[in-house]
Design a protein around this ligand. Structure first.
Ligand code: GLY
Length: 406
């Protein structure tokens, strides 16, 4: 073997080692997820009905009704298990968990249907092209569009005639989380040929960019509008520490939402916004070394404040796509770092524990005293999504089907 051949062989061997290390964390996580999600699936299907697991608290799995905002994540998790393993068994169960959400396509009393239907039916459609699923997505987009307020150019998030939202003096509240509904709207335009849905999504993204962000690109949780004139009436929080603080998961929804808006429109301003939001998140002095954020960047008890693993998982998934769209390796390095952190016993539950959920230590809403430092189904959903995106990138593919060709 001459020197040149030996060097080439050495480089190939090193690449294989680094590739194996990268692949190993994915493979190892898939093996772990099979055990955990398998157990959770079995529990949720015990008895006569299919139930929707959302969390594990006080030794019990918490189940939610179909109209809860988190109702689509477990079906989506099962679709991701199918995508990660290729095992038809997961697709059969995913389908069962998806179709119990059938009535949600008509839900108009809150905005979260993008999460609920795109993560369940949307993934099922993408992976299996099941007849009827496209119609469910389009009908859901139509229902969501009833919440569009043309005078203000936004989709109203919450109604103010019931629950704790009725006690805040709001008129037409929009939360940053609403950026996560836009994927469904863009897809509905692709499926139906009706541009109305994409136009609503673009208007919402533009108004949110105008009104939700501070000069440092952190964002408010809630912006309350006059629905006729678009005047901003309040900027405040519901789930963060304070009106002027940066609630961690809200920043994650913004990062993910503007990355998706760029994927569908190719409009550079959305890409810039996603990068600016990433800049805030990862340069904030309160971001811990392991990149698993405190539940609020301004929580007064940092470094003793709770972490929010769900926020970390959303960030990882968004960063894989952002790395692909910008060609910047630094975003993938950060996403990889998050996956490594979440794969340690500090955040990933031992097999046979945690009610079957993969990850521990997420935060629902501290101000409401609900779901604090517990597993949450959306943390697992975005973690598995991040693993899929990581695997796609490392195999030279676009992380998300539909991402522009490179
Ligand atoms: N979309 C509600 C939340 O992030 O808690």
């Amino acid at each position: 073997m001459n020197l040149k051949t030996a060097l080439a062989a050495g480089i190939a061997a090193m690449a294989a080692i680094s590739c194996n290390t990268e692949t190993d964390i994915i493979t190892e996580n898939i093996g772990n997820a099979k055990v955990q999600i398998g157990a959770l699936m079995e529990a949720s299907e015990a008895g006569d009905t299919v139930r929707i697991p959302s969390s594990f608290q006080d030794g019990e799995i918490v189940y939610v009704p179909t109209d809860d905002w988190v109702s689509g994540f477990f079906a989506g998790t099962l679709w991701y298990m199918y995508e990660l393993t290729g095992d038809e068994m997961w697709a059969e169960h995913a389908r069962k968990h998806t179709e119990i959400l059938d009535s949600i396509q008509y839900l108009t009393w809150h905005h979260d249907v993008g999460f609920m239907i795109y993560d369940s039916y949307g993934n099922g459609l993408r992976l299996k092209n099941i007849p009827g699923y496209k119609d469910v997505c389009v009908t859901t987009a139509k229902s969501l569009s009833t919440r569009f307020r043309p005078g203000a150019g936004i989709i109203q998030s919450w109604n103010v005639d019931r629950g704790w939202q009725s006690e805040r003096g709001w008129t037409c509240p929009v939360i940053i989380d609403n950026m996560m509904n836009l994927e469904l709207l863009f897809k509905a335009t692709e499926f139906s040929g009706d541009s109305t849905y994409a136009k609503i999504a673009i208007s919402h993204a533009d108004k949110t960019m105008e009104n939700h962000f501070r000069p440092d690109y952190s964002c408010y949780h809630v912006v309350d509008y006059d629905p006729e004139t678009g005047e901003v009436l309040h900027r405040c929080t519901a789930q963060g520490y304070a009106d002027e603080s940066a609630w961690a998961r809200g920043q994650s929804w913004a990062l993910y939402g503007y990355t998706v808006a760029y994927r569908f429109t190719g409009d550079e301003k959305y890409l810039k916004q996603a990068e600016n939001v990433a800049g805030f998140i990862f340069n904030d002095p309160n971001m811990p070394e392991d990149l698993v954020p405190y539940w609020d960047f301004d929580a007064p008890d940092i470094p003793d404040a709770y972490r929010d693993v769900s926020s970390a998982a959303v960030n990882a998934s968004a960063l894989y796509e952002l790395s692909y769209l910008t060609g910047k390796a630094s975003y993938k390095e950060k996403a990889d770092r998050i996956i490594e952190s979440l794969s340690t016993p500090a955040y990933r539950a031992a097999q046979g524990t945690n009610g079957g959920f993969i990850l521990m230590h997420s935060v629902g809403s501290i101000p409401h005293g609900s779901s604090i430092d517990v597993p949450l189904n959306y943390a697992d959903y975005y973690f598995l999504e991040a693993l899929i995106r990581k695997r796609n990138i490392e195999n030279g593919m676009a992380p998300v089907p539909g991402d522009p060709e490179k």
